[in-house]
Design a protein around this ligand. Structure first.
Ligand SMILES: [Zn+2]
Length: 76
């Protein structure tokens, strides 16, 4: 099942999922999850790249991290 971007007015296919960790004041941006979760939001690539977080919060983009890790064949 294909999900679409959660941003109002945007109907592009979702390519990433993000969720809020209120205790850590951190937003985690992950590759699109296989299943929709009530506490997370799907966004298209464009909106994922321009995602902004509340003041004082951190954004952890785990999409690029996983991509770069996959490039290191010597990684444990
Ligand atoms: Zn979008």
């Amino acid at each position: 099942m294909t999900r679409s971007c959660a941003r109002p007015g945007c109907g592009d296919p979702a390519s990433a999922t993000f969720g809020y960790d209120y205790a850590e004041r951190t937003v985690y941006l992950d590759p699109l999850s296989e299943e929709a979760h009530p506490a997370s939001y799907d966004v298209c690539r464009r909106h994922a790249d321009t995602l902004s977080v509340p003041k004082g919060w951190h954004l952890i983009d785990q999409r690029r991290a996983r991509t770069s890790v996959a490039g290191f064949l010597t990684a444990p």
